[in-house]
Design a protein around this ligand. Structure first.
Ligand code: HEC
Length: 200
C-alpha cells in the first residue's frame, strides 16, 4: 500500500473537498468508499418520475381520459353513425320536405300523430310530457332527417319511445314530415322551449 493513493486511517472521516464529500469508515483491503450525496438534478428527476407516474396512472387509466374509455366512446359513435346511415338509406331532407307538401299524406299522418304521439307532445305539437315540436328549439335535431332518426331510435332514457320497433319506416317518414310541417304553427299553451335554437 502506498500512502500516495490510500488515505491513512486517521484521514477517513475528514471531508475530502470543500463540499460534503466524505470517505466512509470501512476499509476493505484498502478499498474505501465515498459518501457523496446524490446530485440535486438526479433527485429531482427521480422524484419527478414518481410524481409523473402517479399523475399518469390517475388520469389515463381511470375515467375520464382512459384510453379504453376513449375507444369505447369513439366506437359507439361510429356504430351510431353507421346505423343512422343505414336507417336513412334513400331518405333525405328534401324527400321529407316534399312529403310534408302532400296534403293527403299529411291528413293520414295527422291521424297517426293524434293516435300515438299526441299523448306526450300535445294534439297540436305544443308539448306536454314531451317537448314542444312547433318551436325553433330542438334537443336532438339539426336537420329534418334528425327528426326521423329521433322518432326511429327514440331517447329511451328520457321517455321518448323508439318507434322503429313498432312503426314501419313509411309511417315514421309520414310522422317526420308531419312534425316538420308543425314547425312555426304557434299553438295555444306552448311548452317552454327546450334544447338549442336551431334553424333548419
Ligand atoms: C311517452 C311519451 C312520448 C310519446 C308517446 C312520444 N314522445 Fe316524442 N319525446 C318524448 C320525450 C320525453 C322527448 C324528449 C327526449 C329528451 O329530453 O331527450 C321526446 C322527443 C321527441 C322528439 C325530439 C325533440 C327535440 O327537441 O329534438 C321528436 C321529434 C319526437 N319526440 C317526436 C315524437 C313522435 C313523432 C311521436 C309519435 C310517434 C312521439 N314523439 C311520441 C316523449 C314521447
Amino acid at each position: 500500500m502506498s500512502d500516495v493513493t490510500q488515505p491513512s486511517p486517521t484521514d477517513t472521516a475528514k471531508p475530502l473537498s470543500e463540499g460534503t464529500a466524505q470517505i466512509l469508515d470501512h476499509n476493505y483491503d484498502g478499498i474505501q468508499e465515498y459518501d457523496n450525496p446524490l446530485p440535486g438534478w438526479w433527485k429531482a428527476l427521480f422524484l419527478g418520475s414518481i410524481l409523473f407516474s402517479v399523475a399518469y396512472l390517475t388520469l389515463f387509466t381511470g375515467e375520464p381520459f382512459s384510453i379504453a374509455h376513449e375507444y369505447e366512446r369513439e366506437h359507439a359513435e361510429l356504430l351510431t353513425r353507421a346505423a343512422s346511415a343505414d336507417l336513412l338509406a334513400g331518405i333525405t331532407n328534401e324527400s321529407l320536405s316534399a312529403l310534408a307538401q302532400d296534403a293527403e299524406a299529411m291528413q293520414a299522418a295527422k291521424t297517426k300523430y293524434l293516435a300515438v304521439c299526441a299523448s306526450c307532445h300535445g294534439e297540436a305539437g305544443q308539448g306536454t310530457i314531451g317537448p314542444n315540436l312547433t318551436d325553433d328549439h330542438w334537443i336532438h335535431c339539426k336537420e329534418v332527417t334528425d327528426i326521423y332518426l329521433t322518432i326511429y331510435q327514440g331517447v329511451e332514457a328520457k321517455g321518448m319511445i323508439a318507434w322503429g320497433k313498432s312503426l314501419k319506416p313509411e309511417e315514421i317518414q309520414l310522422l317526420t314530415a308531419y312534425v316538420h310541417s308543425l314547425r312555426g304553427s304557434n299553438p295555444a299553451n306552448p311548452r317552454a322551449p327546450q334544447g338549442e335554437k336551431t334553424e333548419f
